[in-house]
Write a protein that binds this ligand. Structure first.
Ligand SMILES: Nc1ncnc2c1ncn2[C@@H]1O[C@H](COP(=O)(O)OP(=O)(O)OP(=O)(O)O)[C@@H](O)[C@H]1O
Ligand SMILES: [Mg+2]
Length: 230
């Protein structure tokens, strides 16, 4: 599903080497946490996966896309193949919950019929049916993030990429989000999640890739015991 092979990324404006010779493979259907200290290079990894940034060297494959060699015109197709969840939700403030989700389908040219069928399904999946007509400012943080998840799922992606999706939520709400992501994963969707939440990583017992100073420090199954704080 995802291959990072000897990937190095330097930000040109400040010469920061954000990722250095990183190699890891993620199989279809896996649930993978990416952890590490602030500034380690975690978000850089997610931005390389979504082609928001390009690597200096090495190769990156995501699904059928060879990102390192991809033409710019391919980027929208790559993004359509994945669902992206953000720490700060990034909902459209002037659209209702329903419209935030349906808009994600409209922009890729889904038919009205497909939208009418799919949106209620994904809203029910994240338990937001009753909030379909609400606007983002009328929702709690956890509800807003559930809209973010519904939107990410709207186009039935095989891959979900989430950069600190629980970063702005309290512990209980964070667990609600985790249980939804776990459920999605159990249905076959690959999930890659960046997080600082040690308790979540420890309890979920999934594969954990830890990044430090742009290097892959460890890559292990079944959680991660932290020596230093993350
Ligand atoms: N657009 C950018 N331009 C220049 N430098 C950047 C840019 N984005 C990130 N960096 C630098 O690259 C390094 C890795 O940043 P990255 O955002 O990947 O860290 P992170 O592990 O996600 O950290 P955090 O946990 O704080 O979100 C940092 O030193 C950061 O300052
Ligand atoms: Mg980050």
């Amino acid at each position: 599903m995802i291959i990072f092979q000897n990937v190095t990324k330097t930000y040109a404006d400040n010469n920061v080497v954000a990722l250095q010779d990183a190699t890891f493979h993620i199989q279809k259907g896996e649930f993978v946490f990416i952890v590490g200290p602030s500034g380690a290079g975690k978000s850089t990894i997610t931005k390389l996966m979504t082609c928001e940034e390009l690597p200096d060297s090495g190769s990156i494959r995501v699904g059928e896309f060879n990102i390192s060699k991809m033409a710019k015109q391919q980027i929208p197709y790559l993004r359509r193949s994945m669902g992206i969840i953000f720490q700060d939700f990034r909902l459209l403030p002037n659209k209702t919950v329903y419209e935030n989700v349906s808009f994600a389908m409209e922009v890729i040219g889904a038919s009205k019929k497909a939208i009418r069928r799919r949106v209620p399904d994904v809203l029910s999946m994240v338990n937001l049916t009753s909030k379909a007509r609400s606007y983002p400012h009328q929702l709690s943080g956890g509800e807003q993030q559930r809209v973010g998840i519904a939107r990410a799922l709207a186009n039935t992606p095989h891959l979900i990429i989430a950069d600190e999706p629980t970063g702005n939520l309290d512990n209980e709400t964070a667990w609600e989000i985790m249980s939804i992501l776990d459920h999605i994963n159990k249905q076959g969707t690959t999930v890659v999640m960046v997080t600082h939440a040690q308790n979540i990583v420890d309890d979920m017992q999934k594969r954990v890739i830890s990044i430090e100073d742009g290097l892959v420090k460890s890559d292990q199954q079944g959680g991660y015991s932290y020596v230093t704080s993350i």
